[in-house]
Structures are given as structure tokens and as C-alpha cells.
Design a protein around this ligand. Sequence first.
Ligand code: SF4
Length: 76
Amino acid sequence: TYVVTDNCIACKYTDCVEVCPVDCFYEGENTLVIHPDECIDCGVCEPECPADAIRPDTEADMEEWVEFNRKYSEIW
Ligand code: SF4
């Protein structure tokens, strides 16, 4: 899965949402988030993010961000 990380805080761009083929972006409190079970790992959103906030969970220390994304995509 891809996850939204801290560079997204208070960001107003939604380029990532528009390109996602499965609509798995949700609105968190002050970031967007990606539902980790709905993301199909296509990677299309990553280069669209002007803040470089979207990272693959295969990078180091992403567990907390996966949980953050899960929490806020299931809250509403
Ligand atoms: Fe959507 Fe693909 Fe980004 Fe996952 S990697 S959030 S499926 S655009």
C-alpha cells in the first residue's frame, strides 16, 4: 500500500485524489489518507503529490503511518 505522510498536513492539493483509479483517498482531520486495504499499489498518485507526502509502505518505519492512514480512512 501507499500511505500519506506528514508533508500532507494542511495541504490543499488534491491531485492525488483525482488520479487514483480506485478512489481510496479519504479526508482525515488535517491530511488526506489512503485506505491501506483499498489501495492497489499502482503508484500513480506518488508523482502527483506536490508535497512528496505519498510514500510506499515498503520504506523504513512506515508502520505508524499505515495505522494513521487506516484510522482516518475508517473513521467517517
Ligand atoms: Fe490509489 Fe494507486 Fe495511490 Fe493506491 S497507489 S492510493 S490505488 S493511486
